[in-house]
Design a protein around this ligand. Sequence first.
Ligand SMILES: [Zn+2]
Length: 214
Amino acid sequence: MTRISNYLTSFDAVVMGLLIFLSYRFFEVQSLFERYLPLSDSILQIASHLIAFVVVFTLLIFSANLDRFKVHQHDSGSWIKVALFVFTITVNFFFWRCWEGGVENEPYQLSIFFKITITLFLGIFDYGFNHIFISAWKEKQSLSKLSFSLSQLKEKESELQVRVSKLSASVSELIAKHDKKRCPRCHADLPSIHARNAHLRTCHETPKILNNEL
Ligand SMILES: [Zn+2]
């Protein structure tokens, strides 16, 4: 169940839903152009399919790039959403023939009410899909940017660790060199190993017997 709920809230599910919805839109637009194009039967099918493909592909590209329709910085870009909404409502209106009655013996008003409701809701679904698609896409982009930054940080961390270990090695080397110049008895710092050896003979901490040996 968790896998199903994870899939339903994933970006892949949004894309899949959008594509399924666009296949319905394709059928709808193709039927309309087949109905209204003033062409002979020989090319009507090809022309209506071609136009439906162009319209649906354009809708898909527009949906995926809604943010690019901002004319200036403070523009919310919602005008293109409204334009798409009006377009889908118009297509639905003509596809469902909202001015015509339904099946025989069905009250005219009831049939009109149903068709107008369907027209509006399919338009809202379209608007909703675009909104979800853009939100999910932005979320996905933010996650990939974060993961890229994280991998860059990890890379820098390992570089820094290498530098720190090199610095530690240099510091230990320096300490070892410095220790060699220090008197082991009175801990006085001498300028060279030679000076330290000379100092050991006169160091006030050296016992006299040892001094004679040196
Ligand atoms: Zn000393």
